[in-house]
Ligand binder design. Structure first.
Ligand SMILES: NC(=O)c1ccc[n+]([C@@H]2O[C@H](COP(=O)([O-])OP(=O)(O)OC[C@H]3O[C@@H](n4cnc5c(N)ncnc54)[C@H](O)[C@@H]3O)[C@@H](O)[C@H]2O)c1
Length: 418
């Protein structure tokens, strides 16, 4: 997404100087693709030469898109210390120690950090923000939010690095950072206290047994049960996945198709989070990773009415060539129910492109030198990045302790900035 933006749509304003990754094969693939498209190839640096890359190429900004998410904070901080601004993929990081390090580094270096919350930019979500900002339902007293990942998309987080808490902070951070950011932004408030219950009762050996998959292998490619497994991922038959992942395994041993029933999984597939906000609103949030449906429903209860919003998203497996998170036209609704009155169906503005039409608008906000002033304040900073992950981090700390967790206790006074 970023390579396309820099080398094509925004090539007038930006230049891709180099890429850095642990996997030389994937960087070479990028250069083969650039060459095939008639565009200049770029310098490649393996991860151990990150600082050499910054010194030699002198970029204005570094875009951090590495996975596992736990790798983000080190690149963010080192890039800022070397004088660069940073754009980072969500989640900004995965735990409170790394979060504090980032906040302290932003404050110390004075560099800019942007977290790319593409969901904010999609037309229906921006429209919801306009309605709430106008005060159509008065003060927001509570939020009721449920997000459903289906058995295709949801399962994908149990195949690779996401499935370890230490890599991703679990789906409470990796995935819910989008959702918590949306709510923080929609209601223009910041979280204060969090409590969470969670379990993993679907991606388990018991489900493997129920589906007749006992004795499954480590990965789909070599699993004797793959022909009867509804979760089998065939890397070899999808050209995009084959070239990105399968063909580059020899460089780092990264298997993209590990079994979703593996014993090493330590994240949850069912999560229920309760959040209290600074101005008094409370939120109930539910995340499922094995649903027959893909999408979400949210309701805001205000002092002067209620706002309901539902959306179905397309289902996909990351990296399979499908545009991710597209909204299904006709399956997105916004309903305003004013106090003492009947429901009013709001005509929904739709967009096209990844993440409900958010990706193209976000890219303009990153790469255009003079983006138009945005009354919705969609450009997200380290402060927004921090609050969106701190809810998830507090949630898993709450699971571990069985007690509510205060966000201020995780921050330990770290400077949030603007
Ligand atoms: N905004 C969104 O909607 C969205 C969607 C998908 C992914 N993401 C984010 O993008 C990031 C990457 O996700 P992905 O699905 O492409 O992951 P991936 O595993 O498919 O790719 C990660 C890349 O990082 C490289 N890498 C691994 N360790 C590294 C290290 N220490 N240093 C440098 N490079 C390293 C890998 O070789 C690989 O090329 C994640 O942080 C994820 O949360 C965001």
């Amino acid at each position: 997404m970023y390579t396309e933006a820099v080398t094509q749509s925004f090539s007038e304003h930006a230049e891709l100087l180099a890429v850095c990754d642990t996997n030389q094969g994937r960087m070479d693939l990028l250069n083969r693709r650039l060459a095939a498209a008639g565009r200049p190839t770029v310098a490649t640096y393996t991860a151990d030469r990150f600082e050499a890359m910054i010194r030699e190429k002198k970029p204005d900004a570094v875009i951090v898109t590495s996975g596992p998410d736990v790798t983000h904070s080190d690149y963010i901080c080192r890039a800022m210390e070397l004088g660069c601004d940073v754009v980072t993929e969500k989640p900004m990081t995965v735990d409170e120690v790394r979060c504090r390090r980032i906040l302290n580094t932003v404050a110390r270096t004075g560099r800019r950090l942007q977290v790319t919350f593409n969901y904010r930019y999609s037309p229906p979500r921006s429209q919801l923000k306009e309605i709430l900002d106008r005060g159509d339902i008065g003060d927001i007293l509570s939020v009721d939010f449920a997000w459903f990942l289906d058995t295709r998309h949801g399962a994908d987080y149990f195949r690779r690095w996401h499935r370890r808490l230490g890599n991703s902070g679990s789906l409470l951070v990796h995935k819910a950072t989008h959702h918590f950011d949306l709510v923080n932004w929609w209601i223009a408030d910041e979280p204060e206290e969090v409590f969470c219950h969670a379990s993993r009762r679907y991606y388990t050996p018991e489900t493997a047994k129920r589906l007749g998959l006992e004795g499954h292998g480590e990965r789909c490619l070599t699993c004797g049960l793959r022909s009867k497994c509804p979760f089998a991922l065939d890397l070899a038959s999808n050209p995009e996945m084959k070239s990105l992942y399968l063909d580059n395994e020899s460089f780092d041993g990264y298997f993209r198709d590990r079994c979703v029933f593996a014993p090493e999984i330590d994240i949850w597939d069912t999560m229920s989070v309760s959040v209290r906000y600074r101005r008094g609103a409370i939120m109930s949030y539910l995340l499922h990773a094995y649903s027959p449906i893909e999408g979400y429903r949210i309701a805001f209860n205000g002092s002067r009415g209620r706002l309901e919003h539902t959306a179905s998203e397309n289902t996909y497996v990351s990296g399979d060539g499908t545009v991710p998170g597209e909204l299904e036209r006709g399956n997105v609704s916004i309903t305003h129910i004013p106090e003492f009155s009947k429901p009013r169906v709001v005509e929904v503005r739709m967009g096209s492109g990844g993440h409900g039409g958010g990706d193209p608008v976000l890219l303009a906000d990153i790469f255009h030198p003079n983006p138009p002033a945005d009354p919705l304040k969609r450009k997200a900073s380290q402060r927004d990045g921090a609050f969106s992950i701190l809810i998830g981090i507090a949630a898993y700390r709450s699971i571990q302790s069985g007690k509510p967790v205060r966000i201020a206790d995780l921050l330990e006074g770290a400077p949030l900035g603007e």
